[in-house]
Design a protein around this ligand. Structure first.
Ligand SMILES: *Cc1c(COP(=O)(O)O)cnc(C)c1O
Length: 394
């Protein structure tokens, strides 16, 4: 399937916001359209009484296996959701409620202070229900030190939720090390890995993960679908947050969207196949971009230099206002802070947590690269940024 730009359409800016969302890969879209119309695989995957339903179920189960294989899980451990937001909510609220149902106290939850709002707001809601919440402050590189986690653990800690790759600065946590601490302590470990698929290897077994959130639209799949990995073990119990037909082994009711599941499965398969080459190519482009602007006065890199996601570049332009920069960089589609907070003028809580002043946080931009970024686009971005920054400074 080829989609061409209608002739005469205005030239769009270069897309450098892959951390906010990615376009659907053409190969993925092709699989998805086979699951929509009457000639295709359109049926309800839960229909057990006819061939249509069986075929839809088969497609959904194939996709479930593809998602499972991306993270070294069993397909029975994958619960479909509407995205990582829902998966995060299901993990946190589901674990808290399962504990309460077992007749225990509300207990203690640990999250990092730079989690996505889907985790932070769910934790806040749980705090209102009586759960005690500890927020771990990351180090200046945006990573959670293992000792800080160890010090925060309590006898009634039932869940630790720490993200893999931070969506704003691209810092990567040592999930295997943190997971081992949680496993030894006997509490559940949830990882928001929405930014990880296709960027770094994921392995729920080697990394001692009990619950993992994934999102299709961050890995060249469709919006509106994600998954929660739930480890098959008697200690890992999640109470459903959506009640209905008892789909997804009772953990998440609702008719499965065959085209979305198939899209996510196909995207996961592609991400796995490209792991050997794509991150390297994107990291080289990211470095090319950074080296092209690093010598500008007042410019500095936010977050770690090493151990950083291949696609993320978060840059402070000291002395330039972020909003002004964004408006002036007309040839680029980039973000201030994260997409979820750019509607407000408040400086990014992530950048503040790693030690930036309000002013520097407000003069920062997130530039994120991906599958379709080219060397030529990076060259244009470099000269455009140089031109605009020099003009603003004058
Ligand atoms: C995008 C993102 C989410 C939310 O995912 P949706 O599928 O859009 O709901 C959660 N956590 C992180 C780290 C993200 O980057």
């Amino acid at each position: 399937m080829t989609v061409s730009r209608p002739s005469g359409a205005p030239q769009r800016p270069i897309y450098l916001d892959y951390a906010a969302t990615t376009p659907v890969d053409e190969a993925v879209a092709e699989q998805m359209v086979q699951c929509l119309t009457r000639e295709g695989n359109f049926a309800n995957p839960a229909s057990r009484s006819h061939l249509y339903g069986w075929q839809a179920e088969e497609a959904v189960e194939q996709a479930r296996l593809q998602v499972a294989e991306l993270i070294n899980a069993d397909s029975r451990e994958i619960v479909w959701t509407s995205g990582a937001t829902e998966a995060d909510n299901l993990a946190l609220k589901g674990a808290a409620e399962a504990r309460r149902r077992a007749g225990k106290s509300a207990g203690h939850l640990i999250v990092s202070a730079i989690e996505h709002k889907a985790v932070l707001d769910a934790a806040q809601w749980l705090a209102e229900q009586g759960v005690q919440v500890t927020y771990l402050i990351p180090n200046r590189d945006g990573r959670v030190d293992v000792q800080i986690l160890k010090d925060a653990l309590r006898e009634d800690t039932f869940l630790v939720s720490i993200m893999h790759i931070n969506n704003e600065i691209g810092s990567i946590n040592d999930i295997a090390q943190l997971g081992a601490v949680c496993r030894e302590h006997g509490c559940l470990f949830h990882v928001d890995a929405a930014q990880s698929s296709g960027r770094v290897p994921l392995d729920v077994v080697a990394q001692s993960v009990d619950l993992m959130s994934l999102s299709a639209h961050k890995m060249y799949g469709p919006k509106g679908v994600g998954a929660l990995y739930v480890r098959r073990h008697p200690d890992v119990v999640i109470a459903p947050q959506m009640h209905g037909g008892g789909h997804e082994r009772g953990m998440r009711s609702g008719t499965l969207a065959t085209h979305l599941c198939v899209g996510m499965g196909s995207a996961a398969q592609l991400a796995k196949d490209k792991m050997g080459s794509e991150p390297k190519r994107i990291a080289a482009l990211r470095d090319q971009l950074w080296q092209g602007i690093a010598d500008l006065p007042g410019v500095r890199l936010n977050g770690p230099v090493e151990e950083r996601s291949c696609g993320h570049l978060n840059v402070a332009f000291g002395g330039c206002d972020g909003e002004m920069l964004l408006l002036s960089l007309r040839q680029l589609a980039v973000a201030t802070g994260s997409a979820c907070t750019s509607a407000t003028m408040a400086p990014s809580y992530v950048l503040k947590a790693i030690g930036l002043s309000d002013e520097l946080a407000q003069s920062s931009l997130r530039i994120s690269l991906g599958r379709y970024t080219t060397e030529e686009e990076v060259a244009i971005a470099v000269s455009h940024i140089r031109e605009v920054v020099e003009k603003i400074r004058k």
